[in-house]
Write a protein that binds this ligand. Structure first.
Ligand SMILES: Cc1cc2nc3c(=O)[nH]c(=O)nc-3n(C[C@H](O)[C@H](O)[C@H](O)COP(=O)(O)OP(=O)(O)OC[C@H]3O[C@@H](n4cnc5c(N)ncnc54)[C@H](O)[C@@H]3O)c2cc1C
Length: 381
């Protein structure tokens, strides 16, 4: 298809394609929308195929790929299997606070099984009173005996129904409130924990979001991750990496719809000529091509800088914002130019749009992404 723009290339792309075809990820992606459930079988199968934890180091059971190559693999996984399977691949990245700061025992018991696709670990930061302003969380973790007593509520969290454990952020009282936020690995079957599923989401329903209550939950000290008071610092560096990688995911999803739309408008006739002969159809699609490619090049550059060890919190935040915005616009055009069928569940564009829409809120809303970038320009505000 010579008229399509060049896609990011790497030897891993063939591997991604053949696994996606063997596991029928495109079909499974559509099924997950109609019958939402956590795709355990695919999680295991992707792990067996070496596609879970692409960037995770080899000594932790990962592939140890550099970030730019990880981004390329995720772009293609998302092109073929939507956000679902790319986000499954990213699960160890979303638990890197555990891998990097957890005790050897916690890593053995929880992180390695996650890498094998055997155990799912959630991430619980958001609370009813603290979302965008994550530093305002209130869940209490009071020292008690040889451990902590947890009291509070986490809301909006993914995998509320399915995760065997979660990385939970709470406050251990300290003289300086800025040094209170601490990370814990909390098995979700402990006494005092209740989990409630929320109303169905717009998209990505397989993530089963919900609310988790902690009432007098006793947690042994060995489940603390790293040092008291360092939780926020740990998660900030994880968020930087995951935002840049999520940008690659959203662009991959949008690219799939863009390609399919280019094909469609070239073949579909109205008013005696192909839709592509109408400038009102062709111009938005060539603009999308330029925007997708620009957003990809920006994302790739951020991933390269991250890999070199540069501080890129603001560029990574902007990459997620730019990719989400670009992808949503492209997906909207895909729905529009497929006409009535574009709006229907017959075609994947509306599902992709609904799924990518979460990118403007999850892992930090788009406004917060720009706020992070603005603070870099005017640090005194
Ligand atoms: C699909 C999905 C999965 C999620 N998974 C998880 C998870 O696994 N774990 C977890 O902890 N959380 C999760 N979340 C929650 C998510 O992190 C929060 O919803 C997000 O941080 C926003 O917080 P909030 O919902 O409390 O919105 P609020 O903080 O109430 O903000 C509402 C909106 O106001 C705007 N806004 C807020 N502050 C500003 C500002 N300073 N300037 C300009 N505009 C602003 C933004 O548009 C924002 O979306 C998930 C959310 C979604 C949608």
């Amino acid at each position: 298809m010579a008229h399509l723009s060049d896609l990011p290339q790497d030897p891993i792309v063939e591997e991604v394609k053949s696994t996606a075809s063997r596991l029928e990820l495109a079909r499974r992606y559509r099924e997950l929308d109609r019958s939402p459930e956590f795709p355990r079988r695919e999680f295991r199968a992707l792990a067996d195929a070496g596609l879970i934890g692409l960037h995770t180091s080899r000594d932790l059971g990962g592939r140890g790929l550099p970030l730019p190559r990880t981004g390329i693999a995720l772009f293609h996984l998302a092109r073929l299997g939507g956000t679902a399977f790319a986000k499954l691949s990213l699960q160890p990245e979303f638990s890197s606070v555990l891998a990097e700061h957890g005790s050897r025992e916690l890593v053995e018991e929880w992180f390695r099984p996650l890498m094998r696709g055997e155990r799912l670990i959630g991430n619980q930061i958001t609370e009813p009173g603290a979302g965008s302003d994550a530093a305002a969380i209130a869940l209490r973790a009071r020292p008690s005996g040889d451990g902590y007593l947890l009291d509070g509520e986490k809301s909006e969290v993914a995998f509320a129904c399915d995760a065997e454990a979660a990385i939970v952020y709470g406050r251990v009282p300290a003289s300086d409130p800025r040094r209170e936020i601490t990370a814990f690995l909390v098995p979700q079957d402990l006494d005092g924990i209740t989990r409630k599923r929320d109303a169905p989401d717009l998209g990505e329903r397989w993530m089963c979001r919900g609310t988790v209550h902690y009432r007098g939950v006793r947690l042994p000290a060995g489940f603390r991750i790293g040092e008291e008071g360092k939780g926020f610092e740990y998660v900030r560096s994880e968020l930087t990496r995951e935002r840049a990688l999520l940008a690659a995911v959203y662009l991959g999803v949008a690219h799939a719809s863009w390609e399919e739309t280019v094909e469609h408008v070239g073949a579909r006739t109205a008013f005696g000529k192909p839709l592509s002969a109408q400038e009102g159809v062709a111009f938005p699609l060539v603009e999308d091509e330029a925007r997708l490619e620009s957003a990809w090049l920006y994302t790739e550059r951020v991933l390269e800088r991250l890999e070199r060890g540069d501080r890129v919190e603001a560029p990574a935040a902007l990459a997620k914002w730019l990719a989400t915005d670009t992808a949503l616009q492209t997906l909207d055009h895909a729905i529009q130019f497929h006409g009535g069928r574009g709006y229907s569940g017959d075609l994947p564009h509306e599902q992709r749009w609904r799924d990518v829409r979460s990118g403007g809120i999850a892992h930090g809303p788009s406004e917060i992404m720009r706020l992070i970038a603005a603070r870099r320009l005017w640090p005194t505000h």
